[in-house]
Ligand binder design. Sequence first.
Ligand code: URA
Length: 203
Amino acid sequence: RREPGAEPPDTTDLTALREAARECRGCGLYRDATDTVFGAGPREARIFALGEQPGDHEDRQGEPFVGPAGRLLDRALGDAGLDRDSLYLTNAVKHFKFKLRGKRRIHDKPARSEVVACRPWLLSELQAVGPRQILLLGATAAQSLYGTGFRLTQRRGEPLDPPEDFAGLFTSAVATVHPSAVLRAPERDTAYDAFVADLRVLG
Ligand code: URA
């Protein structure tokens, strides 16, 4: 049985969806997070970018991709000839999951059950925005749509057809690494250039 408030209301009004998502109890992550971080961007966006989950900065500010990973993403989008403000940006999981280390809140990877619990909200955003293309940032985002068998290392940077469950909701997707993986990469310039090359497949 689903928990109260775990199903999105039947609407394509992003403001109504965002408000309803604040009450979601579909998994336990709402307990420790500050607030739900819903997607942001124009509802007429042609590109829909999907990350993993909000980080510490996003959790405090209530907006997706406003921390270091978001800054790298903005720069890379610019270098690929895309404008962040024309994209709809959201996450596969809409609450920050973390472990406490002293006073610091350290990112903790969402469980598959949390990704699955959050999928109805992702579907509601896709129905509201009706994008042409999807940019999948990292394995969690890619597997949220394509299932756990999806191998990012093998499929990054190639146009993908929508999976059966999402048929008709978009035309094609491109998967790439998560921007925080670029920030952590030992060969950061090489990783950045490969990331921008994947973004160029969009558009
Ligand atoms: N990482 C994500 O996947 N999403 C954000 O919103 C921020 C960092």
